[in-house]
Design a protein around this ligand. Sequence first.
Ligand SMILES: [Zn+2]
Length: 397
Amino acid sequence: MTLPTDPAENLAALIRCASVTPAEGGALTALETMLKPLGFLVDRPVFSEDGTPDIENLYARRSGNGPHLMFAGHTDVVPVGDEAAWTHPPFGAEIANGEMYGRGAVDMKGGIACFIAAVARHVENNGGPKGSVSLLITGDEEGPAINGTVKLLEWAASRGEKWDASIVGEPTNPHALGDMIKIGRRGSMSGAITVNGRQGHVAYPQLADNPVRGLMSLVDALLHPVFDKGTRDFQPTNLEVTSIDVGNPATNVIAAKATATFNIRFNDTWTAETVQAEIHNRLDQAARRKKYRQGKKTPVDYDLVWRDRPSHVFLTRDDRLIETLRGSIKSAVGKEPTLSTSGGTSDARFIKDYCPVVEFGLIGKTMHMVDERVAIADLETLTQIYQRFIEDWFGQG
Ligand SMILES: [Zn+2]
Protein backbone atom coordinates (compact mmCIF):
# COMPACT_ATOMS: atom_id res chain seq x y z
CA MET A 1 0.00 0.00 0.00
CA THR A 2 1.31 3.46 -0.80
CA LEU A 3 1.29 5.82 2.14
CA PRO A 4 0.39 9.55 1.78
CA THR A 5 4.02 10.73 1.89
CA ASP A 6 3.68 13.31 -0.90
CA PRO A 7 2.25 16.61 0.43
CA ALA A 8 1.37 17.87 -3.06
CA GLU A 9 -0.69 14.77 -3.77
CA ASN A 10 -2.42 15.07 -0.40
CA LEU A 11 -3.15 18.74 -1.02
CA ALA A 12 -4.50 18.16 -4.54
CA ALA A 13 -6.98 15.61 -3.14
CA LEU A 14 -8.13 18.15 -0.53
CA ILE A 15 -8.36 21.14 -2.88
CA ARG A 16 -10.59 19.12 -5.24
CA CYS A 17 -13.18 18.96 -2.43
CA ALA A 18 -15.29 22.12 -2.52
CA SER A 19 -15.55 22.46 1.25
CA VAL A 20 -16.73 26.06 1.56
CA THR A 21 -18.07 26.49 5.11
CA PRO A 22 -20.36 24.77 6.16
CA ALA A 23 -20.00 22.07 3.44
CA GLU A 24 -17.85 19.03 4.21
CA GLY A 25 -17.42 18.69 0.44
CA GLY A 26 -15.65 15.34 0.70
CA ALA A 27 -12.61 16.85 2.42
CA LEU A 28 -12.96 14.86 5.66
CA THR A 29 -13.50 11.67 3.67
CA ALA A 30 -10.29 12.43 1.78
CA LEU A 31 -8.48 12.88 5.12
CA GLU A 32 -9.89 9.66 6.48
CA THR A 33 -8.62 7.84 3.37
CA MET A 34 -5.12 9.19 4.03
CA LEU A 35 -5.12 8.57 7.79
CA LYS A 36 -6.48 5.03 8.06
CA PRO A 37 -3.50 3.28 6.38
CA LEU A 38 -1.24 5.14 8.83
CA GLY A 39 -2.96 3.46 11.78
CA PHE A 40 -5.23 6.31 12.85
CA LEU A 41 -8.62 5.65 14.43
CA VAL A 42 -10.94 8.20 12.88
CA ASP A 43 -14.12 9.74 14.31
CA ARG A 44 -16.27 12.28 12.52
CA PRO A 45 -18.62 13.89 15.06
CA VAL A 46 -21.34 16.22 13.79
CA PHE A 47 -22.27 19.17 16.01
CA SER A 48 -25.44 21.23 15.86
CA GLU A 49 -26.86 24.34 17.39
CA ASP A 50 -30.07 26.24 16.74
CA GLY A 51 -29.69 28.89 14.11
CA THR A 52 -26.40 27.56 12.70
CA PRO A 53 -25.74 24.83 10.12
CA ASP A 54 -24.73 21.34 11.31
CA ILE A 55 -21.00 20.84 10.95
CA GLU A 56 -19.03 17.65 10.49
CA ASN A 57 -15.60 17.52 12.17
CA LEU A 58 -12.82 14.94 12.39
CA TYR A 59 -10.73 13.60 15.23
CA ALA A 60 -8.10 10.99 14.43
CA ARG A 61 -5.64 9.38 16.81
CA ARG A 62 -2.70 7.10 16.28
CA SER A 63 -1.96 5.71 19.73
CA GLY A 64 1.45 4.95 21.07
CA ASN A 65 3.29 4.69 24.34
CA GLY A 66 4.56 8.18 25.11
CA PRO A 67 3.54 11.82 24.97
CA HIS A 68 0.59 13.01 22.91
CA LEU A 69 0.96 15.58 20.14
CA MET A 70 -2.10 17.18 18.58
CA PHE A 71 -2.14 18.84 15.17
CA ALA A 72 -5.11 21.17 14.78
CA GLY A 73 -6.63 22.75 11.74
CA HIS A 74 -9.61 23.15 9.47
CA THR A 75 -10.66 21.81 6.07
CA ASP A 76 -13.35 24.41 5.44
CA VAL A 77 -12.44 27.27 3.13
CA VAL A 78 -13.76 30.75 2.43
CA PRO A 79 -15.83 31.31 -0.74
CA VAL A 80 -13.92 31.66 -4.02
CA GLY A 81 -15.10 35.20 -4.75
CA ASP A 82 -15.11 36.06 -8.45
CA GLU A 83 -14.46 32.63 -9.98
CA ALA A 84 -13.82 34.13 -13.43
CA ALA A 85 -10.93 36.13 -11.97
CA TRP A 86 -8.98 32.97 -11.04
CA THR A 87 -6.10 32.10 -13.39
CA HIS A 88 -6.71 28.41 -12.61
CA PRO A 89 -9.98 26.96 -11.26
CA PRO A 90 -10.32 27.29 -7.46
CA PHE A 91 -11.05 23.57 -6.94
CA GLY A 92 -8.80 22.25 -9.70
CA ALA A 93 -5.42 21.91 -7.89
CA GLU A 94 -3.66 22.79 -11.14
CA ILE A 95 0.09 23.36 -11.03
CA ALA A 96 1.71 26.19 -12.99
CA ASN A 97 5.25 27.53 -12.63
CA GLY A 98 5.85 25.35 -9.61
CA GLU A 99 2.76 26.55 -7.72
CA MET A 100 -0.47 24.72 -6.95
CA TYR A 101 -3.60 26.85 -7.27
CA GLY A 102 -6.74 26.38 -5.26
CA ARG A 103 -8.90 27.68 -2.45
CA GLY A 104 -7.39 26.44 0.80
CA ALA A 105 -3.89 25.93 -0.70
CA VAL A 106 -2.35 27.86 2.21
CA ASP A 107 -5.36 28.40 4.53
CA MET A 108 -5.06 25.67 5.45
CA LYS A 109 -5.44 22.45 3.54
CA GLY A 110 -1.76 22.81 2.66
CA GLY A 111 -0.69 22.68 6.31
CA ILE A 112 -2.77 19.55 6.89
CA ALA A 113 -1.40 17.90 3.73
CA CYS A 114 2.17 18.51 4.93
CA PHE A 115 1.56 17.25 8.46
CA ILE A 116 0.02 14.02 7.16
CA ALA A 117 2.94 13.57 4.76
CA ALA A 118 5.35 14.09 7.67
CA VAL A 119 3.62 11.42 9.79
CA ALA A 120 3.47 9.08 6.78
CA ARG A 121 7.23 9.44 6.19
CA HIS A 122 7.87 8.78 9.87
CA VAL A 123 5.70 5.65 9.71
CA GLU A 124 7.45 4.49 6.53
CA ASN A 125 10.99 5.15 7.80
CA ASN A 126 10.78 4.54 11.54
CA GLY A 127 7.50 2.71 12.06
CA GLY A 128 5.83 5.83 13.48
CA PRO A 129 6.30 8.01 16.56
CA LYS A 130 6.56 6.20 19.87
CA GLY A 131 3.90 8.41 21.43
CA SER A 132 0.42 9.35 20.26
CA VAL A 133 -0.40 11.71 17.41
CA SER A 134 -3.84 13.12 16.82
CA LEU A 135 -5.44 15.42 14.28
CA LEU A 136 -8.23 17.68 15.45
CA ILE A 137 -9.79 19.04 12.27
CA THR A 138 -12.86 21.23 12.15
CA GLY A 139 -15.13 22.15 9.26
CA ASP A 140 -16.19 25.39 10.95
CA GLU A 141 -13.26 27.76 11.33
CA GLU A 142 -14.03 30.26 8.58
CA GLY A 143 -17.75 30.38 9.45
CA PRO A 144 -19.55 31.03 12.75
CA ALA A 145 -17.03 28.71 14.52
CA ILE A 146 -19.77 27.48 16.86
CA ASN A 147 -19.90 23.81 15.86
CA GLY A 148 -16.15 23.48 15.43
CA THR A 149 -13.01 23.45 17.56
CA VAL A 150 -14.64 24.40 20.89
CA LYS A 151 -17.10 21.51 20.75
CA LEU A 152 -14.56 19.12 19.24
CA LEU A 153 -12.15 19.77 22.12
CA GLU A 154 -14.94 19.25 24.67
CA TRP A 155 -16.06 16.09 22.87
CA ALA A 156 -12.54 14.64 22.79
CA ALA A 157 -11.75 15.64 26.38
CA SER A 158 -14.97 14.03 27.61
CA ARG A 159 -13.72 10.78 26.06
CA GLY A 160 -10.55 11.05 28.13
CA GLU A 161 -8.29 12.60 25.50
CA LYS A 162 -5.35 14.56 26.96
CA TRP A 163 -2.64 16.31 25.00
CA ASP A 164 0.89 17.40 25.88
CA ALA A 165 1.34 19.91 23.07
CA SER A 166 -0.39 21.20 19.98
CA ILE A 167 0.60 22.73 16.65
CA VAL A 168 -1.99 24.68 14.69
CA GLY A 169 -1.14 24.61 10.98
CA GLU A 170 -2.47 28.05 10.02
CA PRO A 171 -0.34 30.07 7.59
CA THR A 172 1.87 32.03 9.98
CA ASN A 173 4.71 33.14 7.68
CA PRO A 174 4.39 36.61 6.12
CA HIS A 175 6.92 36.22 3.27
CA ALA A 176 9.01 33.05 3.43
CA LEU A 177 8.82 29.70 5.14
CA GLY A 178 10.44 29.94 8.55
CA ASP A 179 9.72 33.64 9.13
CA MET A 180 7.41 33.29 12.08
CA ILE A 181 6.03 31.04 14.80
CA LYS A 182 3.01 32.37 16.65
CA ILE A 183 3.27 31.73 20.36
CA GLY A 184 0.25 33.68 21.57
CA ARG A 185 -2.41 36.10 20.56
CA ARG A 186 -3.87 39.32 21.78
CA GLY A 187 -7.32 39.25 23.32
CA SER A 188 -10.26 40.75 21.45
CA MET A 189 -13.54 42.28 22.55
CA SER A 190 -16.24 44.32 20.85
CA GLY A 191 -18.82 46.65 22.34
CA ALA A 192 -21.60 49.03 21.34
CA ILE A 193 -22.38 52.33 23.06
CA THR A 194 -25.80 53.95 22.72
CA VAL A 195 -26.29 57.51 23.92
CA ASN A 196 -29.86 58.47 24.72
CA GLY A 197 -30.55 62.16 24.15
CA ARG A 198 -33.67 64.22 23.64
CA GLN A 199 -34.86 65.08 20.13
CA GLY A 200 -35.48 68.70 19.24
CA HIS A 201 -34.97 71.68 16.91
CA VAL A 202 -31.37 72.67 16.22
CA ALA A 203 -32.31 76.33 16.85
CA TYR A 204 -33.48 75.48 20.38
CA PRO A 205 -30.72 73.20 21.73
CA GLN A 206 -31.57 74.17 25.31
CA LEU A 207 -34.81 72.24 24.88
CA ALA A 208 -33.07 69.18 23.51
CA ASP A 209 -30.10 67.00 24.51
CA ASN A 210 -27.96 66.24 21.48
CA PRO A 211 -26.67 62.65 21.82
CA VAL A 212 -23.88 63.38 19.32
CA ARG A 213 -22.26 65.73 21.85
CA GLY A 214 -22.39 63.03 24.51
CA LEU A 215 -21.08 60.37 22.16
CA MET A 216 -18.12 62.57 21.22
CA SER A 217 -17.04 62.74 24.85
CA LEU A 218 -17.37 59.00 25.26
CA VAL A 219 -15.53 58.11 22.03
CA ASP A 220 -12.79 60.58 22.91
CA ALA A 221 -12.27 58.77 26.20
CA LEU A 222 -11.94 55.42 24.41
CA LEU A 223 -9.19 56.73 22.13
CA HIS A 224 -7.17 58.75 24.59
CA PRO A 225 -4.93 58.16 26.50
CA VAL A 226 -3.38 54.98 25.04
CA PHE A 227 -4.07 51.84 27.05
CA ASP A 228 -0.42 50.82 27.33
CA LYS A 229 2.85 50.93 25.44
CA GLY A 230 3.12 47.21 24.71
CA THR A 231 4.93 44.46 26.63
CA ARG A 232 7.95 42.25 26.05
CA ASP A 233 5.88 39.77 24.05
CA PHE A 234 3.06 41.92 22.71
CA GLN A 235 2.42 45.06 20.69
CA PRO A 236 0.45 47.89 22.38
CA THR A 237 -3.23 47.42 23.11
CA ASN A 238 -5.31 49.13 20.44
CA LEU A 239 -8.92 50.20 20.28
CA GLU A 240 -10.61 50.98 16.97
CA VAL A 241 -13.97 52.70 16.71
CA THR A 242 -15.59 50.70 13.92
CA SER A 243 -18.80 52.69 13.38
CA ILE A 244 -20.62 55.81 14.51
CA ASP A 245 -24.30 55.97 13.63
CA VAL A 246 -26.99 58.58 14.09
CA GLY A 247 -29.15 57.89 11.05
CA ASN A 248 -30.45 61.43 10.96
CA PRO A 249 -31.15 62.77 7.43
CA ALA A 250 -32.39 66.18 8.61
CA THR A 251 -30.06 69.14 9.20
CA ASN A 252 -32.52 71.02 11.40
CA VAL A 253 -33.27 68.20 13.83
CA ILE A 254 -31.31 67.05 16.85
CA ALA A 255 -31.57 63.24 16.92
CA ALA A 256 -32.71 61.24 19.93
CA LYS A 257 -30.01 58.55 19.82
CA ALA A 258 -26.45 58.05 18.66
CA THR A 259 -24.44 54.83 18.70
CA ALA A 260 -20.83 53.81 18.30
CA THR A 261 -19.25 50.37 18.05
CA PHE A 262 -15.66 49.48 18.78
CA ASN A 263 -13.21 46.59 18.99
CA ILE A 264 -10.21 46.40 21.27
CA ARG A 265 -7.19 44.10 20.81
CA PHE A 266 -5.47 43.86 24.15
CA ASN A 267 -2.14 42.49 25.33
CA ASP A 268 -1.05 40.70 28.50
CA THR A 269 -1.14 43.90 30.56
CA TRP A 270 -4.86 43.16 30.75
CA THR A 271 -7.46 40.47 31.16
CA ALA A 272 -10.88 40.66 29.52
CA GLU A 273 -12.26 41.69 32.92
CA THR A 274 -9.78 44.49 33.59
CA VAL A 275 -10.23 45.87 30.07
CA GLN A 276 -13.97 45.98 30.60
CA ALA A 277 -13.54 47.68 33.96
CA GLU A 278 -11.16 50.25 32.44
CA ILE A 279 -13.57 51.06 29.62
CA HIS A 280 -16.54 51.40 31.98
CA ASN A 281 -14.46 53.70 34.16
CA ARG A 282 -13.35 55.87 31.22
CA LEU A 283 -16.92 56.17 29.97
CA ASP A 284 -18.36 57.06 33.39
CA GLN A 285 -15.79 59.81 33.83
CA ALA A 286 -16.30 61.12 30.29
CA ALA A 287 -20.08 61.14 30.78
CA ARG A 288 -19.66 63.90 33.37
CA ARG A 289 -17.37 66.09 31.24
CA LYS A 290 -18.78 69.39 30.06
CA LYS A 291 -16.43 69.99 27.10
CA TYR A 292 -19.11 69.34 24.46
CA ARG A 293 -22.14 69.75 26.74
CA GLN A 294 -21.89 73.19 28.37
CA GLY A 295 -24.89 73.93 30.56
CA LYS A 296 -26.16 70.34 30.80
CA LYS A 297 -26.80 69.38 34.41
CA THR A 298 -27.04 65.60 34.03
CA PRO A 299 -24.27 63.30 32.79
CA VAL A 300 -24.48 61.63 29.37
CA ASP A 301 -27.15 58.92 29.47
CA TYR A 302 -25.59 55.90 27.80
CA ASP A 303 -25.69 52.10 27.62
CA LEU A 304 -22.72 49.88 26.85
CA VAL A 305 -23.37 46.39 25.53
CA TRP A 306 -20.50 43.90 25.11
CA ARG A 307 -20.89 41.81 22.00
CA ASP A 308 -20.22 38.06 21.88
CA ARG A 309 -17.78 36.39 24.22
CA PRO A 310 -14.35 37.97 24.62
CA SER A 311 -11.29 36.21 23.19
CA HIS A 312 -8.76 35.98 25.97
CA VAL A 313 -5.14 36.96 25.55
CA PHE A 314 -2.64 34.12 25.87
CA LEU A 315 1.07 33.42 25.68
CA THR A 316 2.54 29.92 25.42
CA ARG A 317 5.46 29.36 27.75
CA ASP A 318 6.35 25.76 26.91
CA ASP A 319 10.07 25.99 26.15
CA ARG A 320 10.38 22.42 24.89
CA LEU A 321 7.60 22.89 22.35
CA ILE A 322 8.86 26.26 21.16
CA GLU A 323 12.54 25.34 21.10
CA THR A 324 11.95 22.04 19.33
CA LEU A 325 9.94 23.74 16.59
CA ARG A 326 12.47 26.54 16.34
CA GLY A 327 15.24 23.96 15.93
CA SER A 328 13.30 22.05 13.23
CA ILE A 329 12.80 25.26 11.28
CA LYS A 330 16.43 26.24 11.63
CA SER A 331 17.68 22.88 10.41
CA ALA A 332 15.32 22.93 7.39
CA VAL A 333 15.63 26.53 6.20
CA GLY A 334 18.67 27.79 8.08
CA LYS A 335 17.08 30.74 9.78
CA GLU A 336 15.71 31.80 13.13
CA PRO A 337 11.95 32.29 13.14
CA THR A 338 10.50 35.31 14.93
CA LEU A 339 8.31 34.40 17.89
CA SER A 340 5.23 36.54 17.43
CA THR A 341 1.88 37.32 19.00
CA SER A 342 0.65 39.53 16.15
CA GLY A 343 -2.40 39.16 13.95
CA GLY A 344 -6.00 38.15 14.44
CA THR A 345 -7.43 35.44 16.65
CA SER A 346 -7.29 31.75 15.72
CA ASP A 347 -8.51 28.46 17.13
CA ALA A 348 -5.33 28.35 19.21
CA ARG A 349 -7.24 30.53 21.68
CA PHE A 350 -9.47 27.53 22.49
CA ILE A 351 -6.73 24.89 22.45
CA LYS A 352 -4.62 26.82 24.99
CA ASP A 353 -7.13 25.78 27.68
CA TYR A 354 -6.11 22.14 27.14
CA CYS A 355 -2.38 22.15 26.36
CA PRO A 356 0.48 24.43 25.26
CA VAL A 357 -0.08 25.50 21.65
CA VAL A 358 1.95 27.18 18.92
CA GLU A 359 1.06 27.97 15.33
CA PHE A 360 3.22 27.30 12.32
CA GLY A 361 2.21 26.65 8.73
CA LEU A 362 2.65 27.97 5.21
CA ILE A 363 3.00 31.52 3.85
CA GLY A 364 -0.13 33.61 4.30
CA LYS A 365 0.29 36.03 1.40
CA THR A 366 -2.52 34.68 -0.83
CA MET A 367 -4.97 33.45 1.80
CA HIS A 368 -8.63 34.34 1.19
CA MET A 369 -7.59 35.91 -2.16
CA VAL A 370 -8.35 35.09 -5.77
CA ASP A 371 -5.55 32.77 -7.04
CA GLU A 372 -4.71 31.40 -3.59
CA ARG A 373 -1.67 29.21 -4.26
CA VAL A 374 1.33 27.52 -2.74
CA ALA A 375 4.80 26.74 -4.05
CA ILE A 376 5.35 22.99 -4.35
CA ALA A 377 8.81 23.57 -2.89
CA ASP A 378 7.22 25.11 0.22
CA LEU A 379 5.03 22.05 0.68
CA GLU A 380 8.15 19.88 0.67
CA THR A 381 9.98 22.19 3.09
CA LEU A 382 7.07 22.42 5.53
CA THR A 383 6.76 18.62 5.44
CA GLN A 384 10.45 18.35 6.33
CA ILE A 385 10.01 20.84 9.18
CA TYR A 386 7.04 18.93 10.60
CA GLN A 387 8.87 15.62 10.14
CA ARG A 388 11.94 16.89 11.95
CA PHE A 389 9.73 18.31 14.69
CA ILE A 390 7.95 14.99 15.18
CA GLU A 391 11.28 13.16 15.37
CA ASP A 392 12.77 15.61 17.85
CA TRP A 393 9.71 16.17 20.02
CA PHE A 394 8.98 12.49 20.50
CA GLY A 395 12.69 11.71 20.67
CA GLN A 396 12.97 13.78 23.80
CA GLY A 397 9.77 12.38 25.28
ZN1 LIG B 1 -7.32 29.27 8.46
